[in-house]
Design a binder for this molecule. Structure first.
Ligand code: PAF
Length: 310
């Protein structure tokens, strides 16, 4: 029995490698799995004075990721994408265990999008001395609020992996989706405190036709939960007009009440904040740019979204 399993394992591995070779030969995209190979690849690009665009991802790619990739391909001589589900940014083991993994499909999509190299490391490759390093990053107050408060350790994990990837890829520009609005502020903060020479490029949220912000976690929704999920963006969108003649408090409350009334949905937090400092505002004119950031449990699936008010 064990032998059969081993043989079928080897056959499917061989099939997988074969498909990888086919993908590579049809697109020239390099599939890199080790730090050594990546270091050589990056050194070659730097020697040739090629600008490097970088898109870090956790895989389960969708059109939102591909829009970042397409922008990177347009703006740089070479584009590197990483696909790595980073264990240190998950504060909930069940979330890590159920995070969608679709490596083969991801590689196919990236090859089609004109990516030069995809880096698909193991945990050992990224954290050879163990995942929980002693280093903690100075991320400032932007990491203390919202996600920082509700997911302890999450942003230290994000900073840890993004810093490690930036050291390895040494990109000129790195691309991040604005769905993770706070994450961009935290990464900018890490880049400043570590004195890294990389331009952080924020890219607009991509939405499904019904308005739901694209997210790898959407695939975990049941059909009923998926059908009701656009209610989050509808409430946010309508609240922009509502905010024109209502207070910050009233706008906050109308969004929360409307979403909480949808079956299976529960707002974890909704904060209306200064878009630069991420500190809560109480009056609309307290900041020149005001953002509403929300996290909603749709069943067990945690979805985030945000919207600009001013
Ligand atoms: O936004 C994500 O997918 C992740 O947080 C990132 C930036 C790839 C780090 O693991």
């Amino acid at each position: 029995m064990r032998e059969e399993e081993e043989i079928s394992g080897r056959v499917s591995l061989r099939g997988f490698r074969l498909r990888q070779i086919l993908i590579k030969s049809s697109s020239d995209m390099q599939i890199i799995r080790s730090v050594g190979e990546l270091t050589d690849y990056v050194a070659k690009q730097k020697n040739n004075r090629h600008s490097i665009g970088f898109v870090p991802t956790m895989g389960a790619l969708h059109a939102g990721h591909i829009s970042l990739v397409e922008r990177a391909v347009k703006e740089n001589a070479v584009t590197v994408v990483s696909v790595f589900v980073n264990p240190t940014q998950f504060n909930n083991p069940e979330d890590l265990a159920t995070y969608p993994r679709t490596e083969e499909a991801d590689i196919r999509l990236l090859a089609k999008a004109g990516v030069s190299a995809v880096f698909v490391p193991t945990v050992k490759e990224i954290y050879p001395d163990g995942a929980h390093t002693v280093k903690t990053y100075d991320l400032g107050s932007v990491a203390e609020v919202m996600e920082g408060k509700h997911r302890p350790g999450h942003f230290q994990g994000v900073a840890q992996v993004v810093h490690r990837l930036f050291e390895l890829v040494n990109p000129d520009r790195a691309y991040f989706g604005e769905k993770d609005f706070q994450q961009i502020a935290v990464i900018r903060s890490m880049v400043a405190s570590e004195h890294l020479d990389v331009e952080i490029v924020p890219c607009p949220i991509r939405r499904a036709d019904d308005g739901l912000a694209l997210s790898s976690r959407n695939t975990l929704l049941t059909p009923d939960q998926r059908m009701r999920a656009p209610g989050i963006y509808e409430a946010l969108k309508d609240s922009v007009e509502y905010s024109l003649n209502h207070s910050v408090r009233a706008t906050h409350d109308t969004v929360v009440e409307r979403i909480d009334a949808i079956p299976e949905m529960k707002v974890e937090y909704f904060e209306i904040v200064d878009a630069r400092t991420l500190m809560p505002v109480e009056e609309w004119d307290e900041a020149s740019e005001v953002q509403g950031c929300i996290t909603v449990f749709n069943g067990k699936v945690r979805l985030i979204d945000n919207i600009r008010y001013r």
